[in-house]
Write a protein that binds this ligand. Structure first.
Ligand code: BGC
Length: 764
């Protein structure tokens, strides 16, 4: 049968309207104000400075005051003093900045913080697990809750903007920021980022209410796959993969209304993202019809000159970045940017229309946030700041995000069992929270003061069980800055304590770090930590290995020594309590890995790899094969009960490009414990004109089941979601066979015609 091929031109595809419907009143105000502004005021609006450049702790210095006024700075970021502050102090600090801004230009200042897992920089606010955990819950409700609570607790501290959500695909486990994202999968990142954004911003991005804040989707894009695995080093992403995988979460998040976007610091195929006009202006602003604001990452205009070497001076870097579509520069320490940009406009190197476009976007954001009407919010209006109800949501997210990877029948534990808790991660809030927690790297001598009231793993286990001892065996330098360093301070003592225990809970993994300082050349769990586990194993006592880490550390040579393994990832302030409740059986595990856990340091993989990455040995003389040997696959996660999948049905076994497939599958709890199961629907395209991925996640939903209970889970999939981007850069849904699968169930379906389309802005 001849293939039916439809090539869509723009006119026949379902091109969407503006990503955010414009509000006429706001637009009129923006235009009126823009007409009155001088060039100096405009470039000032485009300048964002860090708090430490204008303040000494919480005091705005005379020099800082003058920088704000002279350069008419439109935005400030970061926590004053580089450490979390109390909400009343923020309120005062930011309202002083507002006063300066309003006196200088009549335009309120836009203050932004990296509240990437709750209020990371507001003491007493609510900290959630990191995004990697939220992803492991496979439950978008937690992303939404995190957004909502973050917004509320931020506004209580007078902060209207966060640099979150992060939707870099964490596809290189060596990369030190993997945990800031929702893992390796496209759909998971998209859905979670959309849910978090709705929680942050509320339902109407034009009117972000006093309990909501603006989101900033970041880092646009492909940041998670540096070739070297080291932060801020080049990527080499094919254009088809860029559009199909890396762009997709941004497309979804911006189309859902995210009001701002931060750019990837690094580069792809020789082009830094900060001067890529095609991506910033065409893909984002034009193709998506998106009218939000694009901010740079830290010093990244300068970096076009100083690091990336694509500009021969700072001033040329400004020209490249602004002409490419950047609206606001995170300078972050000094304002030469504003001087250079003004000159570039006067010299005709940057068109005034580009400046107006940038400033329009900045003013629109400030109006949408209500800052002109109410530049400040006040703690007194936020009685729920850091409340127990917020804490409960963070705890529930932690419970659903810790992943049971192995259980040879030892878990759950009896209350009276004699337990030894050991390992460098056993008694540390720093390691439970990870980076971006009270300080940038989550470290520092003063951190314990912020986390005193929360339980470490050891404290939570000691509170839950009757008979608990603690001997660290190996320790990090917790207050210091060398996060990698650990010391074997007492392996012998830990072994002695193990001999008088019935069970060993060995808590290993990583200490906290952030960004480039988190670069590491060895993905192995540290030698001291492995030595501890090996020595403990010699006692013959069963080991429950607790992994507390932002990225998977290789444990293939000690994994067999553990009777059970739990990866708690970075579960936050309530992660210790969640773990104790899970180990005791009070709560049931339901997390699943949002990334592929590697077994070898030289072999990283993702679940949506190409068929040739996992091949049987070829027959004949040449022994061509490839084995996908991973420690645990994407989506792996156990429970205290088991689930049976049956009766998978699909509404159409043959479908065309405009059809919607309704898939249903019965899931039964066949065990004796209540539990939650995330049902993951995968597709496999058997043959395609570009090499198909072996599997793609297409939908997921979490259900709760009592023992013996069956639920029919219904998932919808529009045919176009099965498309891929071909070698020619166009979206293609091709005629041919697909297999849909959920749990043990599969269904064969067939696409009856091929459709090819161009624009990323098509409603899918
Ligand atoms: C990070 C961003 C962050 C920004 C502001 C940069 O170093 O890459 O993720 O939002 O700093 O703190």
């Amino acid at each position: 049968m001849a293939a039916a091929l439809i090539v869509c031109a723009c006119a026949c595809s379902q091109t969407a309207g503006p990503a955010i419907p414009r509000d006429r009143k706001i637009e009129r105000k923006v235009e009126r104000l823009l007409r009155k502004m001088t060039l100096e005021e405009k470039v000032g609006q485009m300048t964002q400075i860090t708090a430490t450049a204008i303040a000494d702790g919480l005091e705005i210095t005379p020099a800082g005051d003058s920088i704000m006024r002279v350069y008419k700075v439109g935005s400030v970021l970061n926590t004053p003093g580089d450490i979390a502050q109390y909400p009343e102090d923020y309120e005062k600090f930011i309202s002083e900045l507002q006063k300066i801004s309003l006196e200088t230009t009549g335009i309120p200042c836009l203050y932004g913080l990296d509240h990437i897992h709750g209020t990371t920089y507001v003491a007493g606010g609510t900290l959630f697990p990191q995004e990697i955990n939220i992803a492991a819950s496979f439950n978008c409700v937690h992303a939404y809750n995190m957004g909502r609570v973050t917004a509320y607790d931020s506004r209580a501290a007078n902060v209207p903007w966060t640099f979150s959500p992060t939707m870099d695909l964490g596809r290189n486990p060596a990369w030190p920021r993997m945990w800031e994202s929702f893992g390796e999968d496209v759909l998971l990142n998209s859905k979670m980022a959309v849910a978090e954004t709705r929680g942050l911003q509320g339902d109407d991005p034009n009117y972000v209410g006093p309990e909501n804040i603006a989101a900033c989707a970041k880092h646009f894009m492909g940041y998670g796959v540096p070739v070297t695995g080291q932060d801020r080093t080049p990527a080499s992403i094919a254009s088809s993969e860029l559009r199909e995988k890396h762009f997709e979460p941004f497309r979804a998040c911006l189309r859902s209304g995210a009001l701002s976007l931060m750019v990837n610091s690094a580069s792809n195929n020789g082009m830094p993202f900060h001067c890529n006009a095609e991506l910033l202006t065409k893909w984002v602003k034009e193709d998506l019809n998106w009218d939000g604001m694009i901010v740079t990452d830290w010093a990244d205009i300068n970096n076009l000159f100083t690091r990336e070497c694509v500009a021969s001076s700072k001033k040329e870097a400004v020209k490249l970045a602004i002409n490419a579509g950047i609206d606001m520069a995170m300078v972050p320490y000094e304002c030469q940017f504003a001087i250079d940009l003004k000159e570039l406009v006067e010299e005709g190197e940057v068109p005034m229309s580009r400046i107006d476009d940038a400033v329009r976007r900045i003013l629109r954001l400030k109006y949408r946030l209500g800052l002109f009407d109410a530049p400040d919010t006040h703690l007194a209006d936020y009685p729920e700041f850091g409340s127990d109800a917020h804490a409960r949501l963070a705890y529930e997210a932690a419970v659903e995000s810790e992943v049971l990877l192995k259980n040879n029948g030892i878990l759950p534990l009896r209350k009276d069992v004699k337990i030894l808790v050991t390992g460098p991660n056993a008694n540390s809030m720093r390691t439970l929270n990870g980076g971006w927690s009270y300080t940038w790297q989550g470290h520092g001598a003063s951190i314990p003061a912020f986390t005193e009231k929360y339980n470490t793993i050891y404290e939570a286990i000691a509170a839950k069980f009757d008979n608990v001892k603690y001997v660290p065996g190996v320790e990090y330098d917790l207050a210091g800055t060398d996060w990698k360093h650990d010391e074997a301070t007492g392996i012998r003592e830990a072994v002695a304590a193990a001999r008088t225990s019935e069970v060993i809970i060995a808590c290993v993994g990583e200490n906290s770090y952030c960004e480039t300082p988190g670069n590491d050349v060895d993905m192995n769990l540290s030698g001291n930590q492995k030595a501890l586990v090996k020595a403990l194993a010699e006692t013959g006592r069963p080991i429950i290995l607790i992994l507390n880490e932002g990225r998977p550390r290789i444990i293939s040579d000690i994994e067999h020594l553990a009777t059970a393994v739990v990866d708690v990832l970075l579960p936050g302030n309530y992660g210790g309590d969640a773990l104790a409740a899970l180990l005791s059986g009070e709560e049931n595990f339901s997390g699943k890995l949002p990334f592929t856990y590697p077994k070898y340091t030289n072999k990283f993989a993702v679940y949506d790899h190409k068929p040739s990455e996992n091949q049987e040995t070829m027959s004949g003389v040449y022994n061509y094969n490839a084995v996908m040997d991973v420690q645990w696959p994407f989506g792996h996660g156990l429970s205290y009960t088991s689930f049976r999948y049956s009766d998978m049905k699909v509404s159409k076994t043959e479908f065309g490009p405009e059809d919607v497939l309704k898939v249903s599958v019965d899931v039964t709890n066949v065990g004796r414990t209540a539990g939650k199961e995330s049902v993951l629907l995968f597709s496999r395209d058997l043959y395609a004109s570009s090499i198909p991925d072996v599997r793609r996640l297409r939908a997921f939903e979490k259900v709760e089941l009592a023992p013996g209970q069956t639920k029919t889970v219904e998932l919808e999939l529009s045919a176009r979601e099965l498309a891929f981007v071909g070698y020619d850069g166009k979206w293609r849904l091709e005629e041919g066979d697909f297999i849909l699968s959920a749990g043990s169930e599969t269904c064969a379906v067939k696409c009856t015609s091929t459709i090819v389309w161009d624009e990323p802005n098509v409603i899918m």
